[in-house]
Design a protein around this ligand. Sequence first.
Ligand code: AMP
Ligand code: MN
Ligand code: MN
Ligand code: MN
Length: 282
Amino acid sequence: MIDLHSHSNISDGLLTPSELVQHAANNGVRVLALTDHDDLGGLAEARQAAALHGIKLINGVEISVTWKKRTLHIVGLNVDPDNTALQTGLAAVRAGRFERARQMALSLEKSGIHGSFEAASSFAQQSILTRMHFARFLVDRGYAKDPKAVFKKYLIKGKPGYVDHEWMSLESALGLIINSGGVAVLAHPGRYEIKRTNMLLLLEEFRALGGMAIEVVTGSHTAAQYVEYAKYAQLFGLRASQGSDYHGKGISFMGMGRLPELPSNCIPVWQDWPEIDSLLAA
Ligand code: AMP
Ligand code: MN
Ligand code: MN
Ligand code: MN
């Protein structure tokens, strides 16, 4: 019923913002956050569709961040899409993405894979360029059977299509989210392959910078990870969030409207959001 992480074709999802909202409504979601990568451009359309389908839309974004040479994702919820500093910061990240995509294409070129920049761009249409768009090109050409296999073979660190990239700093991302009135959520912590010592450092720093919650239930976590990250949240006095991270049919970890409940020791990130309280009480 509450899904606080999803993507439209403004970033690397397959559905338009309106289609995504309709899909969510059809699958029983009542509160949806649209959290496109580094872009707020889908929120206005999603808001209109949400009114049509009786869904509560949360303005969101998923910011790409570099922390200690690692890429992390920070979800901002209830951000202000008209906030100039946030818009400017995200525009800079998107410019970096464009340059990175050129480098990825050059690198793939060296492995004999030609034309990936043009092809990824055509998958992306007007949206930002992500590794997912390169993945779709590579699957299309038969280099692997699905995005998952393609990432493993071509798009992760050490593989031909991977290039190191400096994203926004953790401090800037949290500053922009919080100063625009939003709350910052550490997205899918189970995906970072960070050992416990560093996870403790990260959560310490995240909280010190004003971070509010971590995603406990998310499409890419196992049931054991729900429990593990619920404990981390409790340990740091952080709240818990939940979201499918839906991208579209065939390229998602999980469908919409299928999220299990947060473990009982969690404080939901939406605990004192009045709109949701009234919706849940109804
Ligand atoms: P980027 O932000 O351009 O590096 O692209 C990252 C996006 O690729 C993520 O948001 C996911 O949508 C997708 N992605 C990353 N790793 C995987 C994976 N192992 N399998 C499938 N999709 C992935
Ligand atoms: Mn994505
Ligand atoms: Mn992510
Ligand atoms: Mn995501």
